[in-house]
Design a binder for this molecule. Structure first.
Ligand SMILES: [Zn+2]
Length: 342
């Protein structure tokens, strides 16, 4: 069936979600999706410190994270989707993940979506390593074997590549706009499985992998959820120039501390209700949003992953065609609206 947060049809169920998660490398790695095996240089960037001096950091680009996530979502979707192919770079534009992660119709050959540009409702911020590039990146040299003579080619055949070292931390922030539970679940599925299965890292002999590091014995993960999109609590974030992991840890610990949040929320005129798994902020008795942290945030994401699987199962036995028809109808409405404005 057609169920997407893209239109106003499911307004009551749509929400905004902010996922803050630290990812720590557990081996030497480069970022990528397994298709760009020829990159030999790790992306780095300079950020400013309070004295206005530049600090070099390793970069985990948001676009790269989105690319890997999209592939992971596609893999699961393909087990249920029965209405044609959709893969990178030939996106169909009319399936659940295209309508969530967006696509540029103008670069697609498919006439059905050629004049449509659909923005991603999941915004992947680029992440800077906590550790400075000097500590986070190292250079590897390895011999290129001459296949003809089965010898190494000497200094001319030495191939150097940059890798990110184990123990480098990347605080990642992702905002999901106007999403339904199953759409939160599509992201949750990608995040949790890509971390567990080491998929954020490029195929390489430098075997990588990532995990959620801990702060105060809890995974460094905070999820904020709000129907109207009102977030009075700051997300656990340090400045990009910060290089002390302890500082990042204390932000996440603070973020999960109810008393800390209560003071801030009450100052802004919200009341606070604490449940086992979250703390909610309310205005005039109505819940405005809630925060999950640590294990509770993980459970929240796992539950939404379940919603994603449940939603996908509705795409079997004609459900995919129904979804596609709903997508076409949505685009038609948009075009009609655009036409009447011109
Ligand atoms: Zn698609």
């Amino acid at each position: 069936m057609f169920k997407s947060g893209i239109g106003r049809e499911f307004e009551q169920e749509a929400k905004t979600v902010i996922v803050s998660a630290v990812l720590e490398t557990t081996g030497q790695l480069r970022f990528g999706d397994g298709t760009d095996i020829n990159i030999t240089v790790t992306e780095k960037d300079v950020v400013a410190d309070p004295e206005g001096k530049g600090v070099e950091k390793a970069v985990f680009a948001g676009t790269k994270r989105r690319g890997v996530d999209r592939r992971t979502m596609h893999e699961l979707r393909n087990k249920y989707w029965e209405a044609g192919e959709c893969f990178i770079p030939t996106l169909c534009g009319r399936c659940p993940t295209c309508m969530l992660l967006g696509f540029t119709g103008t670069t697609q050959k498919n006439p059905l979506i050629r004049d449509i540009n659909c923005k991603s409702r999941i915004l992947y911020a680029t992440s800077y390593s906590v550790q400075r590039a000097g500590d986070a990146v190292t250079t590897h040299s390895r011999n290129q074997v001459n296949e003809l003579t089965q010898t190494t080619a000497g200094s001319a055949g030495i191939h150097t590549e940059e890798v990110i070292v184990a123990g480098t931390d990347f605080p990642t922030y992702t905002t999901l706009h106007h999403v339904l539970d199953w759409e939160v679940g599509a992201f949750a599925h990608a995040l949790l499985e890509n971390v567990n299965q080491g998929r954020y890292t490029a195929a390489s002999r430098a075997q990588g992998g990532m995990k959620f590091p801990e702060a105060g014995g809890k995974p460094m993960l905070v999820v904020d959820v709000s129907g109207p999109g009102i977030f009075p609590l700051p997300i656990p974030k340090t400045s990009a120039h910060e290089h002390r992991f302890k500082e990042v840890q204390s932000k996440f610990e603070e973020g999960g501390n109810v008393e800390e949040s209560r003071a801030r929320l009450e100052q802004f005129g919200f009341s606070v209700e604490e449940t086992d798994e979250a703390h909610a902020w309310k205005r005039n008795g109505d819940e405005v949003g809630r925060r999950y942290s640590g294990e509770a945030a993980l459970s929240y994401l796992r539950d939404r992953q379940g919603d994603f699987v449940d939603f996908l199962s509705t795409l079997k036995d004609g459900g995919s065609k129904e979804f596609q028809a709903g997508a076409d109808e949505y685009y038609k409405k948009i075009k009609d609206k655009k036409g009447s404005e011109e």
